[in-house]
Design a protein around this ligand. Structure first.
Ligand code: NAP
Length: 246
């Protein structure tokens, strides 16, 4: 479905990002795995090259750093010639009630979750315009739609991503660049590992499908948004949450 396309996926050393990279590689897509961890980005790229015989490159990049992201995009263009798909996936949580939240906890989450989306989208924009099209897929969260106590920083970053997605869809639709967001519910990755069992049990009461999502559930929608199947879809926020938010 993505044969000989080139995709840049952020935060893809593990979790949802890795699952998206694997799903794309399986479809013949060359993948650039960017992660803050050198070890996991390089290892992930090696394992995808071996398994799927595509070109995969692992590059340590801090997506909250503007210069690093511009260098990353330039390297991808130098080595692969184009960027067809960008998946802005890297994200973190630093949960706290507003009463206790420090400016550092606020800023770090905004920098990594939201500024990164500006940085990376800006870095791929000219190459995509030159290529007469592209796909930008932003990983938001249902928390950006519904809010969540203890996550005002995270919810603000994800709501910001949704506004950004719709604006970019409007700015560049006529140039063939489609921009959509995915809003996952609670997905079984390291990010939610620290949540107490009681919290998860209560949460599952709100999920009609009565289970957590798997990274592959999100990757399947990312594949749809990256492929020709979604040629008339832009500016949308697709929830992957077992029906939690309707
Ligand atoms: P994860 O397992 O923690 O993976 C996040 C990845 O991003 C990690 O590999 C992490 O590297 C990397 N990363 C962190 N900061 C970075 C930076 N500055 N530059 C580059 N890479 C960085 O989390 P996940 O669950 O797969 O989450 C992926 C995305 O889905 C996030 O945007 C998250 O907000 C969103 N999401 C997740 C859920 C969920 O329930 N899991 C729900 C809704 C939305 P390290 O190895 O150094 O940490």
């Amino acid at each position: 479905m993505l044969k000989d396309k080139v995709a840049l996926i952020t935060g893809a050393g593990r979790g949802i990002g890795y699952s998206i990279a694997e799903k794309f590689a399986k479809e013949g897509c060359h993948v650039v795995i960017c992660d803050i961890s050198e070890e996991s980005s390089v290892q992930a790229a090696q394992s995808l090259t071996e398994k799927y015989k595509v070109r995969a490159l692992g590059v340590k990049t801090d997506v909250s750093n503007f210069e690093e992201t511009q260098k990353l995009a330039a390297r991808v263009i130098a080595e692969f010639g184009k960027i067809d798909i960008l998946v802005n996936n890297a994200g973190i949580t630093k949960d706290n009630l507003l009463l206790r939240m420090t400016p550092e906890e606020w800023q770090k989450v905004i920098e990594i979750n939201l500024n990164s989306v500006f940085n990376c989208s800006k870095a791929v924009l000219r190459p995509m315009l030159k290529n007469k099209g592209g796909r930008i897929i932003n990983i938001a969260s249902v928390v950006g739609v519904m809010g969540n106590a203890g996550q005002s920083n995270y919810a603000a970053s994800k709501a910001g991503i949704i506004g950004f997605t719709k604006s970019i869809a409007k700015e560049y639709g006529s140039k063939g660049i489609l921009c959509n967001a995915i809003a996952p519910g609670f997905i079984n990755t390291k990010m939610i590992e620290t949540l107490p069992k009681e919290y998860i049990d209560n949460l599952l009461n709100l999920v009609p499908l009565k289970k957590l999502g798997e990274p592959e559930d999100v990757a399947n929608i990312a594949l749809f948004l990256a492929a020709d199947l979604s040629a008339y879809v832009t500016g949308q926020v697709i929830k992957v949450d077992g029906g939690m938010v309707m």
